[in-house]
Design a protein around this ligand. Structure first.
Ligand code: PLP
Length: 280
């Protein structure tokens, strides 16, 4: 298969799949999701992603319809149906199926999976960013399907010829990006926003923190501001689909590029971890 859709046991090409109108996701965006890269049919950091999916679901009283080990086995078997092993693997659990009503009965969730080919790169090269005020709510640590501010920010970035939008709160605290986490190198150390309710605890952020620690780079999990972002030695953007990227432009102004060796060591360390974990 070229791509794959899965819904509660039914499998088919994504374009041919249909779902019940009463899936609560259609009325309320009532669900949680997770996603990551796969190389050589090996899904990267799968256990970490499944743990986060279950945490997101538990925080919203959503019932994942199968245990963790069965979900792992299912995803590992589904990727084998694809023509290539280099893939993007996305899965979500929605609260269930019912007539529209804000309150709910505790029914088993619906499991969706979407798998499509993903180009594998060396994640070199730099990206351009814009800043956008973070008007999201205070549950950004839960990976829910309520992504409208993220969608609007990502579109604004695209229209500006950029690859990501950096969110900041009133007062200037930088939180994260539309679909990535953002970090800075300052004084040779890594600064990354604390994993509170204002950011998603990125799996790649956790890998970055571990890589920096292994490289002897000090790590500060503390808030930083827009001013510090503009003045940073490097700006790093992490996500499961792009691992780590570095920014060269922010709101049309040149940024970063002042720690090229440190930046390359970080990129190499993260790339090596990915390649080793997905080797056959
Ligand atoms: N922040 C947001 C809002 C995201 O949507 C994502 C990824 O989808 C991330 C951060 C990065 O998280 P991860 O590294 O787990 O992909």
């Amino acid at each position: 298969m070229n791509n794959l859709g899965y819904y509660n046991g039914k499998i088919g090409p994504i374009e041919e799949m249909s779902v019940p109108m009463n899936d609560r996701v259609c009325w309320f965006g009532d669900g949680v999701y997770d996603a990551g890269l796969c190389r050589n049919y090996r899904i990267f950091a799968l256990d970490e992603h499944i743990d986060r999916l279950f945490n997101s679901a538990a925080m919203l009283d959503i019932r994942v319809p199968l245990p963790k080990d069965e979900l792992r086995e299912l995803l590992n078997s589904l990727v084998r149906k694809l023509d290539t092993g280099d893939l993007f693997v996305y899965y979500q659990v929605t609260r269930g199926t019912a007539m529209r009503s804000h309150d709910y009965e505790p029914t088993p969730g619906n499991l969706w999976v979407m798998i499509k080919p993903a180009a594998q790169g060396d994640f070199a090269g730099s990206i351009k960013l814009i800043t956008v005020e973070d008007t999201r709510y205070f549950h950004c640590n839960i990976k829910t399907l309520n992504l409208l501010p993220n969608v609007m920010a990502a579109q604004k970035a695209k229209l500006a010829g950029c690859q990501e939008a950096v969110f900041y709160r009133p007062g200037g605290r930088v939180t994260e990006c539309a679909h990535s986490n953002v970090h800075i190198l300052k004084g040779g150390a890594l600064w990354t926003a604390p994993a509170d309710e204002l950011i998603l605890p990125g799996i790649t952020r956790a890998h970055l923190i571990r890589s920096c620690a292994a490289l002897g780079i000090p790590v500060h999990q503390e808030p930083f501001t827009l001013e510090e972002l503009f003045a940073a030695e490097e700006i790093l953007v992490t996500s499961s689909s792009k691992l780590v990227c570095f920014a060269s432009e922010l709101d049309g102004k040149p940024v970063g590029g002042r720690q090229p060796q440190l930046r390359e060591r970080i990129r190499q360390a993260m790339l090596e971890e990915y390649l080793e974990a997905t080797e056959v």
